[in-house]
Design a protein around this ligand. Sequence first.
Ligand code: CTP
Length: 400
Amino acid sequence: MLELRGQRVLLGVSGGIAAYKSADLVRRLREAGAEVRVVLTAGAEHFITATTLQALSGHPVRTSLWDAAAEAAMGHIELARWATQVLVAPATADLLARVAQGRADDLLTTLCLATEAPIAVAPAMNRVMWANPSTQANVATLRARGVRVLGPMAGSQACGETGEGRMREPADLVDDLAASAVPPRLAGRRLLVSAGPTFEDLDPVRFLGNRSSGRMGFAIAEAAAQVGAEVLLVAGPVKLATPVGVRRIDVRSAAEMHAAVIGALPGQDAYVGAAAVADYRPAAVADRKIKKGEGAMLLTLERTADILAEVAAHPARPRCVLGFAAETHDVADYARGKLAAKKVDAIAANLVGRPGSGFDADENALTLYWNGGEREFATARKTDLAHGLVGWIADRLEAG
Ligand code: CTP
């Protein structure tokens, strides 16, 4: 897990329903080692109390520019200087608009103007408000001025709608801040990642697929980008937002993934094959819907190309090639077998088929096998595991 030791985070909370998550955010920032001071806008006070955040941050919470006692203790300019990072979460449409305009009409916007620390905002609002050209223009202005915009995410919203506008989860925001505070170990390196399942069409309405969610591969792409890599993510059909700073190519079948990966290979420093690529596809794809008949139906399947093995044997082979193995039993034997058979640098293996790990879970446990070593990664969030694996890749590339 990345840390925030030594960082002084000024957390601004503006008035949206996601403000209830600020309590968790403060707790997690402190767990990561940061010192945290919280500023609430007047709107935020309708959603969460200063008392809660004071107890969790261990410091008085500021809510107004005009609080004489608070100004005497630590004036607003002093507070702006104190911060090594400013995070506004949630950032409402109104807050984004005011910061984009350079207004200083309350304490939080004043601090955003007065600080020299990097500013990150985590927008949270109704999906239509987020998509509104006014909001998008404000976000573009902020980005152009170097403000990092973290999220929002797609999903169900407090207003009952579904779409883009949910605040990025507190744990992920902590990772974002921590990553910006760590040395960019992969700066100047290029990393190609495959993620997700592949779907192999049978006819215009049916396909063979698998339950891979793509989360591990997306987490690796994100972790690598956070430490400075130029990342290209080849994604099978998944419902995940593209990580910040990552370029993405969407594919559907194993053949499309193969073409995208091989096409992008020249110049890559590392390849991570996290996709659950189909090993077989229907030998023929019907161009009309297959109608049922009496009795059983026989499908003829043919092998797909093994992308990982091909990458490892390619003349443009990246220096570091890492594959995955999901096994229900004899993990170590199968993983070492794949390491040798596919001639890759490492295999990250995990046990699947247990509840709470593997496909479609937030957490996972992995063992990384390479020639001459192995490393256990105990059960952790996939984002934490991703940083562990990316760290190993950085070690490899640095070792030359
Ligand atoms: N892989 C690939 N192309 C394929 C199949 C798999 O690149 N056509 C990659 C995956 O991205 C993953 C690794 O190979 O990194 C998985 O190894 P594999 O031996 O294919 O795993 P399984 O399909 O689970 O193999 P087995 O059925 O032998 O357990």
